[in-house]
Design a protein around this ligand. Sequence first.
Ligand code: CU
Length: 425
Amino acid sequence: MSRFQFTLQLAGAFFAGIATYLVVTTAFSQDPGEAPSLSDISPVELAMEEGESGDVGCTSNGCDCCSSQSCGSRCGSFLGPCDWFGCHRDSYSHHKRGGLADKHAPAGLMGGHVHKKGQWMFEYKYMNMYMRGNRMGTTNVSDAAAFDVNINGSVTNAQAIPTNMTMEMHMLHIMYGWSDEISLYAMPMVTSLTMDHMRDNPFGTPLGPMPALAGQPFTTHNDGIDDVVFGALWKAYEGCTDELIFNFGFSVPTGDIDRQTSAPFGVPIDLPYPMRIGSGTFDFRPGVTYRSNYDHGSIGLQYTADLTLGTNSEGYALGDEHKINAWYSWLVCDRLALSFRVENHWRNNIDGADVDQNAGTMGFISTNRSDSRGGFWTNLGYGGSLLLGDGYLMNFEAVHPVYQDLDGIQLSNDWYFNAGLSKAF
Ligand SMILES: [Cu+2]
């Protein structure tokens, strides 16, 4: 993808996000309706998680907390009072808006909330990502067509093709409220990577007789401690019902990038780029999140990036990544929210190349190519979060790509899953 295309898509995604925001805002600010009585508000629910982000600065319990028209109208009920699925909703009070099931961004996102001074949060997050089948640009290619392809003037996948891959991550997300505006966080994690391949070209090759093991599968695996992510979140703006949070994140290269495998040749060779756990570089991971709360849910817009700083010990740097997300969380009731998310994700190709790899290995298999790592993905995410009480929040999200434009030849993304369980105290 050219830099021009990239810029164009970035701008397009940004304006799409703004348009989504305006449409949702307009839809949800009509019909002031009736303000609920204070007796509707359960003190137990309100006390549940006082002090998390989204507790948007209103000082009294009622809808008169803000005199502005916009806030007043948001105090109205869009869908009317309800008592669905046996759980009563109390979300009319802005006073304790942060204690509801939509207080965190959807499970696949980070950096969307801060904590009050002195509050801790511990969260276990899990991700399982699955990739299946090869793709060039926006076109899926069969196993037969994935062998011996010409990428940027040189042939690759001469000796094997990747066929599918599973990436699993177990993350421990720790947050602490340094002040009411600034929260610190750290996220150590363990990553597990498994890739299946098909050996040689069983579909016919111009190079002579077919090797004896052609078409046989083989698998490589790698797991271990990934790069540790840490940083600070700064709530720079807090309105009556909305807030803006900046993320100053970094990662340190604690993940291994130099492991070897004996598959498929029986002699140790370096694992290819997508099978390496860490980036090998210090990364800057900035972000900014805007959230706006409504009686029946909340919307969020988020930009995040992962920018490598310098070059790693193997002589390369992973490509920069950018993500723009827009989501809507619908509060079915105070304890349960359902979310819908749209993500645009850009990743650049690798800068440089591993010094241990001689140029020949690029021809063996596409996963050794630094020019087959970048791409653009549009993903849709469907999630839910459930307040379990006592400060526990559980969330889940299923994500799938609806558009993928991949540089070179790469495995295409399939459905993947995010889940988390957090406790704040
Ligand atoms: Cu938190």
